[in-house]
Design a protein. Structure first.
Lengths: 116, 118
């Protein structure tokens, strides 16, 4: 069965510090897709990144970077030089090709507080 | 760029009342998904529609129903509301490319409808 674990329920860091959000997933499929979404205090869900299981290349987008490691079933998210506007709940999510489900399975989320 | 539109953004209902939530997907997107997010919880999949047909079903109560119309907008109808239905309801949309399945497509979420049942 597919499962996403975000062990860090809440993290607080001081502005300008780097912070890494952990995501570990479980799947029996060889083809799957991983996502990160951001949910700021206003409540909307903002898509950040999608990665398929065949693409282990790490990605950097501005201050955001993602480290995909199939060997450890992890898809971690790092924010460099954090800013107060980064304060939000971050969800890691997974979908499997074999199940052919429409849904994506979310982790429980990590609430990130960036302190000024 | 146009995003997913949901209305209303906030809704307050009494127990046993009905509610209708509307979703307008991103133009040219053919698939709509509904999710429910309880307080402090992760979003849970309810139901999805592809080309106006129900595509997949999750943990949607029998009191809820949904449909997708010819213009691709979707409505989630909720009857006999209970206190536990208070949640943030998200609609998401995606465009399914030929030969791919919907779960692998990026789902773009709307701002959500916050439902409070008193």
């Amino acid at each position: 069965a597919q499962k996403v674990t975000q062990a860090q329920t809440e993290i607080s860091v001081v502005e300008k510090e780097d912070v890494t959000l952990d995501c570990v997933y479980e799947t029996r499929d060889t083809t799957y897709y991983l996502f990160w979404y951001k949910q700021p205090p206003s409540g909307e869900l903002v898509f950040l990144i999608r990665r398929n299981s065949f693409d282990e290349q790490n990605e950097i987008s501005g201050r955001y970077s993602w480290n995909f490691q199939k060997s450890t079933s992890s898809f971690n998210f790092t924010i460099t030089a954090s800013q107060v506007v980064d304060s939000a709940v971050y969800f890691c999510a997974l979908s499997e090709r074999r199940s052919r489900d429409d849904k994506i399975i979310f982790g429980k989320g990590t609430r990130l507080h960036i302190l000024p | 760029a146009a995003g997913v539109i949901q209305s209303p953004r906030h809704l307050i209902k009494e127990k046993r009342e009905t509610a209708t939530l509307k979703c307008y997907p991103i133009p040219r997107h053919d698939t709509v998904y509904w999710y429910q997010q309880g307080p402090g919880q992760d979003p849970q999949f309810l139901i999805s529609f592809y080309e106006k047909m129900q595509s997949d079903k999750g943990s949607i109560p029998d009191r809820f129903s949904a449909q997708q119309f010819s213009d691709y907008h979707s409505e989630l109808n909720m009857s006999s509301l209970e206190l536990g239905d208070s949640a943030l309801y998200f609609c998401a949309s995606s465009l399914v490319s030929s030969g791919r399945f919907r779960g692998q497509e990026t789902q773009y979420f709307g701002p959500g409808t916050r439902l409070l049942v008193l």
